[in-house]
Design a binder for this molecule. Structure first.
Ligand SMILES: [Zn+2]
Length: 443
């Protein structure tokens, strides 16, 4: 068990230690000072479609108890020998299940946090040890479903006969992924590109796309894989942005699964970094996904690797036309998120968050659209070869103007320039009409 008196940490640690020593001898009792061992130094809420997560950041590990009270519905979190650090407020965010948050001290030295709920939600709580820049954390997950099982976070009317593409925006919630020099987060770039890609894919009648996460919350790596397998996905694409110590490192790379070591030192390092997502994002190690108790089977693995490589080659070809490549070859490494059974899968590092120019670019709508368009064209080429997905119904070289379109956006999506489009469509490209057919020149 943890012994709070051994710990001297945090801003007021020295005072607390001094006080404890003096307090123990019974010499001093300073009014206004408490001898709490652990401070709650921060709090955050993350809302997902299946659960809402409360994260309490702690100066030290803590003994805690969580229980539920009815009429009205409440979740009570008692932290032993704890207090709220100065200036920390517990605020409910957004329109999740939590109406309000209160705190108090019902018993000496016990910090009680009460979540007032709109409806009877279930809870699960677990501690996380420090990871990266994060201190100790207590995570309280609230869910409606007792199993908190794998379901489609984004069920946008998938049909059985569709060629189903599961797009996985890396990181999310507690896990920001790579952080750029200007403070941009990989998780935001990944979600923006993935959402654009989903929209583009869903315009194509041959395919249907769903996302493993649709907002800023964390989904465990195991759950992302289980999600694709449960949905019987035909392809899995994980979208990321890279990090390197060298600020000049730039360009996109594409990885597929390796089960016998990485194809490069960089790949090995990257897989380790990406696989550590669960440490930052917060996963209860007791969490079990029955579907993944089957480990990656040898059966079908050769086929999967071969298919993933074909897809990877198309991705590099297409991404190389719209921006620089970091590596001209499809790399292989042991990414946990690519370990689905029998689903061709690739992880795309779209550029470097740590390169100041690319960090700027990756935040721009037109760049995101250009990358998403390039990924789509690769997928489309992969799909057309060997008739992997249903026959194309859209006319080639015709673009039908969709809601929200503009000439720069269409040009970015198609990997062209605005003037390419203007030249091919001398009349009618000045003001776009919904449903208008634009001639698309070959790139
Ligand atoms: Zn990443």
């Amino acid at each position: 068990m943890y012994n709070a008196t051994l710990s001297v940490r945090g801003r007021s640690g020295w005072f607390r230690a001094l006080f404890r020593v003096l307090g123990c001898t019974g010499l001093v009792l300073w009014p206004g000072f408490t001898s709490a061992g652990t401070e709650v130094i921060g709090s955050r809420f993350w809302h997902g479609p299946e659960r809402t997560r409360l994260v309490l950041e702690l100066s030290d590990p803590v003994r805690y108890k969580v229980f539920r009270l009815r009429n009205p519905e409440r979740i009570v979190i008692d932290l032993s020998d704890s207090e709220l650090a100065e200036g920390v407020s517990l605020l409910a965010k957004g329109d999740g299940p939590v109406m309000g948050v209160r705190s108090g001290t019902p018993l000496p030295k016990t910090l009680r946090v009460v979540l007032d709920l709109r409806a009877p939600w279930l809870y699960r709580a677990f501690l996380l040890t420090p990871s990266g820049s994060y201190p100790h954390r207590l995570v309280v997950d609230l869910s409606l479903d007792p199993q908190d099982g794998v379901s489609l976070a984004d069920p946008s009317n998938t049909r059985e006969e569709d060629y189903l593409v599961v797009i996985d925006p890396g990181h999310g919630g507690e896990d920001p992924g790579a952080i750029g020099a200007e403070g941009s987060h990989e998780k935001d770039v990944a979600l923006a590109i993935a959402s654009r890609l989903k929209r583009i894919i869903n315009w194509d009648s041959r395919m249907r796309a769903v996302l493993t996460r649709t907002d800023d919350y964390y989904v465990s790596l195991r759950k992302r894989v289980a999600f694709a397998m449960n949905a019987s996905a035909d392809v899995f694409l994980s979208i990321h942005a890279d990090a390197a110590n060298r600020r000049s490192a730039r360009g996109a790379s594409v990885f597929i699964l390796s089960t016998d070591g990485a194809s490069s030192e960089k790949g090995k390092w990257l897989a380790q970094r990406e696989n550590a997502s669960d440490l930052a994002g917060g996963v209860d190690i007791g969490e079990q996904d029955p579907i993944l108790q089957r480990t990656l089977l040898d059966m079908g693995l050769d086929w999967k690797i071969r298919e993933s490589r074909s897809l990877g080659i198309e991705l590099l070809k297409s991404l190389g036309r719209v921006g620089p490549l970091h590596s001209a070859n499809v790399e292989r490494a042991g990414f946990a998120v690519l370990k689905s059974i029998d689903i061709p899968a690739a992880l795309i590092e779209t550029g470097f968050m740590t390169n100041p120019d690319e960090e700027q670019a990756l935040k721009q709508v037109l760049v995101q659209e250009r990358i998403a368009g390039a990924i789509f064209r690769a997928l489309s080429a992969y799909c057309d070869a060997d008739q992997r997905c249903p026959r194309r119904t859209a006319e080639p070289n015709v673009y039908v103007v969709a809601p929200g379109d503009s000439l720069p956006l269409i040009a970015a999506r198609l990997g062209l320039t605005v003037s390419d489009l203007q030249v091919a469509n001398p009349s009618g490209s000045a003001s776009l009409q919904l449903g208008q057919r634009l001639k698309v020149p070959d790139p």
